[in-house]
Design a binder for this molecule. Sequence first.
Ligand SMILES: [Zn+2]
Length: 600
Amino acid sequence: MIDYKELGLKVGLEIHAQLDTFKLFCNCFSTMDEEVRKTIVRRLHPVPGETGEVDVAAQHEFEKGREFYYQVFNDTTCLVESDDEPPRGVNMQALDIAVTLANMFNCYIPDEIHFMRKTVIDGSNTSGFQRTGIIGLNGYIKTSFGKVRITNLQLEEDACGIVSKHSDHVIYRMDRLGIPLVEIGTGPDAHSPKEAQELAETIGMYLKSTGKIKKGLNAIRQDINVSIKGGARVEIKGVQSLSGIPKAVEMEVERQLNLIKLKDWISKLRFSNIEDVSDTFSNSKCKLLRGKKVFALRISHGKGLLATKIQGDKTLGRELADYVKAKTDAKGFIHTDEDLAKYNISEEEINAVASVLKCQSNNLIALVSDFPKALEKIIERLTMFSKGVPEEVRRFNEDGTTTYMRPMPGRARMYPETDVKPIVMKIKKVKTPTLISDRIKRLKKKYGLSEDVAKALLRSNYFEIFEMYAKYNPKFIASVVTSYLRDAEKRRPLDMEDVKEILNLWRKGKISKDGVQDLIKEVSEGKDLMEVYESKYKSKIDLEKVIDKIVKEKREFVLKNKERAIKPLMGLVMEKVRGRFPGDKIYKLLKERIDIECGD
Ligand SMILES: [Zn+2]
């Protein structure tokens, strides 16, 4: 067991949630569109921020020299998204939701809301910046492990969604651009992977309690900031599920611990000049190097280093390759800590390179084709590691490992948004919604439902049906909502009025519980409620006659078993009348009829 407190683990979260309203700065719909109307092409350039410096992260993206293609849609994009027109004021409904959340998180709300521009130059925003306004500061949330600070709550615009990346251009879809987002930043107050998960769950529950958060995959996204004593703050992006959070934290701790362990070794490394060794590989069997410009680097004291695992099965060699790929056009590099036979590189070839580089036994050789800059980037990265764990932004992978994305954005990112007027906050205290956790408690207590059923009810689109009919039979209505109607939704959602009509028939004793299930199914298959009811249920079956006939047929059995005959006969009657009559009514009539037959 790892003692995370001992390691000084600190985890903070940054949670983004899309609001279910129109867009933030125009009146476009906040939905994903289908039909691309046209595509526009742009190129972005980094500009200095207020402080006069160009942001390192911005420069990093610009160096890639890419073009950006933006898909334009009909109902979800306008001239605001394409940055041909300034924002048309702030969506007040979105602002209300953000203020409600700021209240729920006990935040201080500024007297004026000022929107700022945050530089983004990966092309995900047509303007080259993201508009963001601080709505709340210095709040807190209660958890099982104590109060966690909510340091900031922002209202901002979502970026474009990425369609595909190519070597010289990126294709973006503009429909996502401008969807209102709340960003919630916590203090680094979670101290174990489990606490980090609980924190994300609790914040997610607060968000959903407003009922104004978009549903579905990617509607809530979480970035995780992780650091340990002697390590550094690293931001992990792209953790899709709550259950991925502890995994991401555990594996980042592992990576930082290993980098700390390797620091001394890495600081002993010495690098040769980068040599052109193309001649050695002119007739090589290695397809990656044959006939190419091949460059080599000697790393003294490096033997074995790149095969060292630093995060799960990921080696330091792969970690370096990620950096090379992020910073250059090289697809990676080859090194002597790998099995070179898999590349068809011969021992003679390696010996030849070693002699050019004047290698000794504890040396490591790195090879790259076409991009000598890749070897410079290896030196750069190892030099970073010799100083400790670098602060950076990383992307989460399925297997729990992470991949280098970019340096931590600097402070030069923000400058004032002059196209959006400041908003004077007259009303800061607002009524906050009841938390989902409290609603679950109430449902459990009032109706005796299980936690799972209560949760499923709250998720249902038919929750108001439960509220209306629970008084007649809470458990049955709960299963109507969470099971019958849920199944029906997979075929075709039922109209609220039809559901009420069906339950009214049940309430008046005209159909049984089975009848409710059957009618819901029939209607969801596209049939007309009243037609099905008339033909299947309202037909003039005389229940008393059916019972009379069955009792007569089974006279001997009835006389012999008396009261005990009710149960088996119930089954026969139910079979005949299929859902038309409620069970208690059948039972009552059947009992009366048997009593008569037995002469009581
Ligand atoms: Zn628009």
